[in-house]
Design a protein around this ligand. Structure first.
Ligand SMILES: Cc1cc2nc3c(=O)[nH]c(=O)nc-3n(C[C@H](O)[C@H](O)[C@H](O)COP(=O)(O)OP(=O)(O)OC[C@H]3O[C@@H](n4cnc5c(N)ncnc54)[C@H](O)[C@@H]3O)c2cc1C
Ligand code: SF4
Length: 540
């Protein structure tokens, strides 16, 4: 069976905020010129929003520019941020700190980003954009000169053994005059594009965090719509970057999450367990007591900022949103910059399609507010390499005294290089879950509604299977057992004396991409599974 081909002016990979903003802006530009443009967006989640996981407090700046009448059009931004609290936690106590200026949320909204994407998708479809959820872009297509021609979706119905099953259907080739990669943080095809076109040659390595999140419904008297709480300190040690967020949305819902910088050193650390024990803190537990946990998930986020932004264009297309790394770390916000980068890319693509070969995406990004915003905060996150208190002190000096204009730029290094050997670190004793406010991993994955066709080739590939035991187990006590928030990686032994073996429960994977980032020898390669597989987040 051969693959069908569909031709478009622009093909966009990923229906997150950046991809959808791009699609909408392209259609607006065509309408302004009374012209036509064909735009298609493909999305690996079973529906738009199914794989979207964010905080989220959103700064509406880009949305205001894209759809100025979003309020009248019913966008799901209904809870304005009312109050910010920034806390430092010790094991038993909480101390209120001044809220850093970047974390003031006046004018922002507490939302479900998944629901905003669903709404953006409806707006895009109303303008004529074709959106295909349930289709994962599995392969980049190139022409004879190496120019990107589009992408191909993965074939369906290939068994574990690599043979066609009776449900076999070949993928579809989606060809575009411009192909835009909007895969979000650590995109799997973006990785290939970066390498093939050397896009990261002149930038620092990207650095990342993992965010583990739950959505709760809490009793009315524990719910304060519009309240935004961030914490630093306990349960993390002072050398590990990270902290929590608690956002009170509408309908008695509270989003709670914990972010850990993936440059952490101790292989015994478990971001999942850090979230669980964080919720048991005396200042935090009362919010959740008597409540009900309704959703769970995890996702990596970019932390490299300005100095890690790669080259952004290649023959045939561009990289946008968190696939390029536009998140503002001190703000903990990347949605506004992701959307803006998509809008800028749309304008460049539109000009190129109309024969303006000089249209330069990088220059347009550098001329936009994204660049100035990222430049000013570029030294804040790297300052935390000295630990929590020196990091906070440096952040205050950089923000209040130097105002982001320091004559130096701290460099970023790859996260996996920071992991220490197990023999150099102390195991961490995490408390047992109480089943009321803290839970185990498997019952958590259950409420992420994750589902993958079981009979398909593994989408978590070990470049060298020997290393799982010879390196990861022997030297690092298999850190993937702990950093994976979905319990995908397990060391099993046949009997007490049996040799250890790595078991990969790929069907549990929530597509956070942490294993692709943190594996100490970069031995794990995350590729897309069959389209539609993965979590089914309702409103994360
Ligand atoms: C825990 C956490 C908390 C956050 N909190 C905030 C916050 O409070 N405020 C804020 O503004 N930002 C926040 N962010 C950041 C914000 O979520 C991102 O900046 C934003 O989602 C980036 O948008 P994007 O479109 O670039 O990528 P994404 O939102 O990641 O969307 C990418 C889409 O592409 C799809 N996709 C990926 N690969 C493929 C493929 N090969 N084929 C088909 N589809 C594909 C994915 O399934 C996904 O739907 C947070 C992030 C995390 C993880
Ligand atoms: S297998 Fe990798 S991508 Fe999947 S949930 Fe675990 S760490 Fe995340």
């Amino acid at each position: 069976m051969t693959r069908d081909t569909m031709e478009y002016d622009v093909v966009i990979v990923g229906a997150g905020p950046s991809g959808l903003a791009t699609a909408i802006r392209l259609k607006q530009l065509a309408a302004e010129r009374q012209g036509e443009i064909s735009v298609c967006v493909i999305e690996k989640g079973s529906e738009v929003g199914a794989h979207i996981l964010s905080g989220a407090v959103i700064e509406p700046r880009a949305l205001d520019e894209l759809i100025p009448d979003w309020r009248e059009r019913g966008a799901p931004l209904v809870t304005p941020a009312q109050e910010d609290r920034f806390l430092f936690l010790t094991e038993k106590r909480a101390f209120r700190l001044p809220t850093p200026p970047q974390m003031h949320n006046h004018g922002n909204y507490i939302i479900s980003l998944g629901n905003l994407c669903r709404w953006l998708a409806r707006e895009a479809e109303a303008l004529g954009v074709e959106i295909y959820p349930g289709f994962a872009a599995a392969e980049v297509l190139y022409d004879g000169d190496g120019r990107v021609l589009g992408v191909a979706t993965g074939a369906m119905g290939i068994g574990k053994d690599g043979k066609h099953t009776e449900n076999y259907q070949p993928g579809v080739e989606l060809r575009g005059k411009e192909t835009l990669f909007a895969e979000g943080c650590r995109g799997s095809l973006t990785k290939e594009i970066n390498e093939r076109f050397g896009l990261r040659k002149s930038s620092d390595p990207q650095s990342y965090g993992i965010g583990v999140k739950e959505l709760w419904e809490v009793p009315a008297d524990q719910h304060h719509p519009g309240l935004v709480v961030h914490t630093v300190g306990w349960p993390l040690d002072r050398r590990t970057y990270g902290g929590s967020f608690l956002y009170h949305l509408e309908n008695r819902q509270v989003a709670v999450g914990f972010v850990v910088g993936l440059d952490y050193e101790n292989p015994f650390l478990s971001p999942f367990e850090e979230l669980q024990r964080f919720k048991t803190h005396p200042a935090i537990r009362p919010t959740f007591e008597g409540g009900r946990r309704i959703a769970y998930g995890a996702r990596a986020l970019n932390e490299g900022g300005f100095q890690s932004v790669p080259a952004l264009s290649f023959p045939g297309g561009m990289v946008i949103g968190c696939a390029a790394g536009f998140l503002n770390v001190p703000k903990i916000k990347g949605t506004h910059t992701a959307m803006k980068s998509g809008m800028v890319a749309a304008e460049i693509a539109f000009r190129r399609l109309h024969g303006d070969a000089s249209a330069d995406y990088r220059a347009a990004i550098e001329a936009s507010w994204i660049w100035d915003e990222l430049y000013r905060v570029r030294n804040v996150r790297p300052g935390f390499r000295w630990g929590l208190f020196p990091g906070l002190a440096y952040a205050a000096i950089d923000t209040y005294v130097l105002r982001g204009r320091a004559p130096w730029t701290f460099r970023n290094t790859a996260d996996y290089l920071h992991l220490k050997k197990a023999s150099e670190c102390k195991p961490i004793a995490y408390p047992k879950p109480d089943g009321k406010v803290s839970f185990d991993r498997l019952s958590s994955v259950f409420i992420s509604n994750t589902n993958h066709e079981e009979n398909q080739p593994a989408h978590l590939r070990l470049r060298d299977p020997q290393k799982a035991i010879a390196v990861n187990y022997a030297l690092y006590d298999s850190p993937e057992q702990r950093y994976c928030p979905a319990g995908v990686y397990e060391i099993v032994k046949e009997g007490s004396e049996g040799a250890p073996r790595l078991q990969i429960n790929a069907q549990n994977c929530v597509h956070c991409k942490t294993c692709d980032i943190k594996d100490p020898t970069q031995n794990i390669n995350w590729v897309v599974p069959e389209g539609g597989g993965g979590p089914n987040y309702p409103n994360m």
